[in-house]
Design a protein around this ligand. Structure first.
Ligand code: SF4
Length: 263
């Protein structure tokens, strides 16, 4: 029976702040076996019926809006989410010329990934409209095709930063995508598991370019793999506990305080 339960909803995450999520099964189109196994989305917090229903409803609604009106119609609806993510004091700050207490940010996909070019186009239209909001995302959707080309356009916006998520299984494909894209658009995010493939670090060293690489030691339930220390890598301070998580919606979240991954 068709499901007519529609609506787009944000998640407010104690590490990143406002984020939009989709179900992994439908949208992580280029996921590796390793990231499926280690994904933090496997954690209890993300597996409640409420969380799963929200992601499924978001996906169903994206598909419905794309079918009915293409990226433009979906962008209109995503715009409402971005407005919802405005800091509480946004208007007062605008009038007084001061900065807001916390920055206006949107992490695209706390869970899930970019699954088709039209969906990416909708986010591109949205981010183009809200230049004061900082968008950032990590993706494994970098197989060479229209989807990656469209994503590269999205990541090229001045208020957007895209990170190619690489791990022991897909680092060669990630490096290839990085090298084929225009310079200085993409950065790399490394999922560092406890048995990192021996070729990863030499391959990163072989890249002859200035490049930020953030490393996420695999973590689950407050424990994390021993962080690999290497001058090429910036270890995420939130993963190793140097920046405490914050449950308060209107307080500065670790990613907003650190801002390494933000545009
Ligand atoms: S490095 Fe900083 S901005 Fe990036 S995920 Fe970690 S805390 Fe967030």
């Amino acid at each position: 029976m068709a499901n007519f339960d529609y609506g787009l909803e944000l998640t407010n995450n104690s590490k990143v702040g406002w984020a939009f999520s989709l179900p992994r099964t439908e949208t992580c189109v280029n996921a590796t076996a390793l990231c499926k196994r280690l994904c933090y989305g496997n954690g209890v917090r993300y597996q409640t019926n409420g969380q799963k229903d929200k992601r499924a409803r978001n996906f169903r609604t994206c598909e419905f809006l794309l079918a009915e009106g293409g990226p433009e119609l979906l962008a209109e609806n995503l715009s409402m989410l971005v407005e919802q993510a405005r800091p509480r004091d946004w208007l007062a700050a605008r009038i007084s010329g001061r900065k807001t207490a916390i920055p206006w940010t949107m992490r695209v996909h706390d869970i899930g990934d970019f699954y088709c070019a039209d969906y990416v186009k909708a986010w591109t239209l949205t981010a183009t409209k809200y230049t004061e909001c900082k968008f950032w995302f990590y993706t494994r959707s970098f197989a060479p095709d229209e989807l990656f080309d469209t994503l590269t356009k999205f990541a090229s916006l001045p208020n957007c930063q895209g990170w190619l998520s690489v791990d022991s299984e897909n680092y060669e494909q990630g490096i290839l995508a990085l090298c084929k894209a225009p310079a200085a658009v993409w950065k790399l995010a490394l999922l560092q598991d406890s048995e990192l493939a021996s070729g990863v670090i030499p391959s990163l060293h072989g890249l002859e370019m200035e490049l930020d690489i953030v490393s996420f030691p695999h973590h689950r339930s407050g424990r994390h793999a021993e962080p690999l220390r290497n001058p090429l890598l910036t270890v995420c301070p939130a993963v190793i506990g140097s920046l405490p998580l914050s449950p308060q919606k209107d307080s500065l979240r670790p990613c907003q305080a650190c801002a390494f991954c933000l545009p």
